[in-house]
Design a binder for this molecule. Structure first.
Ligand code: PLP
Length: 286
């Protein structure tokens, strides 16, 4: 495998950043994950817009222009012969002796890009059966709208889910409302067929797939309400699902060991999953 690190395409074992990189010592870094489907980047425009916003919220300067970054992604994908998979971008504030304060004068940001093949979303067997999830108290900070590499609460949540034979965890806030998954946005379909997902604020990541699923729902004439829901409402829902770039739309059939409705992927969820690719932007790998 070939990995891009700060201007160079390096063999896997040579792809290294300095121990005093602020991403390593302080989690002072942001990232993006973009799906590669059939030699195209899915929703790249929206992902790059969000990356620029994350950088701006943390006052990290963009490592290069957007077209240049697209070129790096294209090169990384092609050099690894990835046709279906994902591309991972990470930008840290750079390498500097450990200090809480930002380096002054600023240092060049560190840019890493890697690509790897995954099972294409269309043939992911888990979508046929649906996944199990658990819920747990929210433990993350109050700026979940920024896509930072500060992912320890998500690691702990995923590990706990795994220990309970589930594949995702939904965080629950102090009011008993679900915020989102450890690495996905949370959705339910209520008994009158309305799609519910939490409105955007500092408690969740503005998921790109969430946004495109809203467009997909509109194209199918489905009603989406951006309103929060409780665990009890989720357990009583007609359908539940998660959205993320790597899963697109993934049905949830069990929450905390309780079956959702009939315990099989719901019809609206399946419809959204089928129609997603028609609505999402596909840009050929450059
Ligand atoms: N929420 C969190 C906390 C995430 O980490 C992710 C993706 O990794 C998402 C939501 C889904 O975002 P997207 O659809 O942009 O992949």
């Amino acid at each position: 495998r070939i990995i891009y690190v700060n201007g160079r395409y390096l063999p896997y074992h040579d792809a290294k950043v300095h121990v005093e990189d602020r991403g390593f010592q302080l989690a002072d870094a942001v990232y993006e994950v973009i799906e590669v489907s059939d030699n195209s980047l899915v929703d790249a425009t929206r992902h790059l817009t969000r990356l620029w916003r994350s950088l701006s919220e943390l006052s990290i300067s963009p490592p290069m222009s957007e077209p240049a970054l697209c070129h790096v992604m294209g090169q990384t994908i092609r050099r690894n012969r990835v046709r279906n998979g994902l591309v991972y971008l990470q930008v840290s504030r750079g390498e500097s002796p450990r200090d809480f304060l930002f380096p002054d004068p600023p240092v060049p940001p560190t840019l890493v890009c890697l690509a790897r093949a995954t099972i294409p979303a269309q043939v992911d067997q888990r979508a046929e059966t649906g996944i199990h999830i658990i819920t747990m108290p929210e433990t993350r900070w109050k700026r979940c709208d920024i896509k930072t590499v500060m992912l320890l609460p998500a690691c702990l949540a995923k590990q706990q889910a795994h220990a309970q034979s589930a594949s995702e965890a939904w965080f629950v806030d102090a009011e008993g409302l679900i915020t989102e998954g450890a690495s996905s946005n949370a959705w339910i379909v209520d008994r009158s067929g309305r799609l519910l997902t939490r409105p955007l604020d500092n408690t969740i990541l503005p998921g790109i797939t969430r946004r495109t699923v809203m467009d997909t729902a509109a194209s199918l004439g489905l009603v989406v309400e951006e309103s929060p829901f409780t665990v009890a409402e989720a357990l009583d829902a007609a359908e539940a699902f998660i959205t993320s770039a790597t899963n697109t739309v993934m049905p949830v059939i069990m929450i905390d060991g309780q079956r959702i409705s009939s315990g099989t992927p719901g019809p609206l969820c399946r419809q959204l999953r089928r129609s997603f690719a028609r609505v999402a932007e596909h840009s050929p790998v450059g």
